[in-house]
Design a protein around this ligand. Sequence first.
Ligand SMILES: Cc1cc2nc3c(=O)[nH]c(=O)nc-3n(C[C@H](O)[C@H](O)[C@H](O)COP(=O)(O)O)c2cc1C
Length: 100
Amino acid sequence: MMSMVGSGLAQETGAIKLPPSETAGGMPLTRASAEDKAFYSATDAGFIAQNVYLYCASAGLAVVVRSLVDRDALGAAMGLGRHQRIILAQSVGYPAGSAK
Ligand SMILES: Cc1cc2nc3c(=O)[nH]c(=O)nc-3n(C[C@H](O)[C@H](O)[C@H](O)COP(=O)(O)O)c2cc1C
């Protein structure tokens, strides 16, 4: 999953590429079924998104999770490989009305 900025909150300023999980429950993900891979990817994305939400709350930043993202453009900008997928993105910005 990637964290990026945009939405109605702020202009885009960057993206963070996170390492993929290698195992799930001790099993190498290369041996998991496609359905299990999708499941573990989604749960991982949830954990990551929650951590971004927690950080933003602690830092006084606003954040929303997004499923609507130009995956082709973002994937190309981040240099993602053939087997890497964008699950979700997050928009981070300063809260409306806050002084910068
Ligand atoms: C899985 C998921 C995907 C979402 N995708 C989008 C999205 O692509 N675009 C969007 O505007 N809001 C999306 N939302 C909703 C926003 O994350 C957010 O909840 C909504 O913008 C309301 O935020 P607010 O209460 O701070 O105004 C999504 C929410 C979830 C849970």
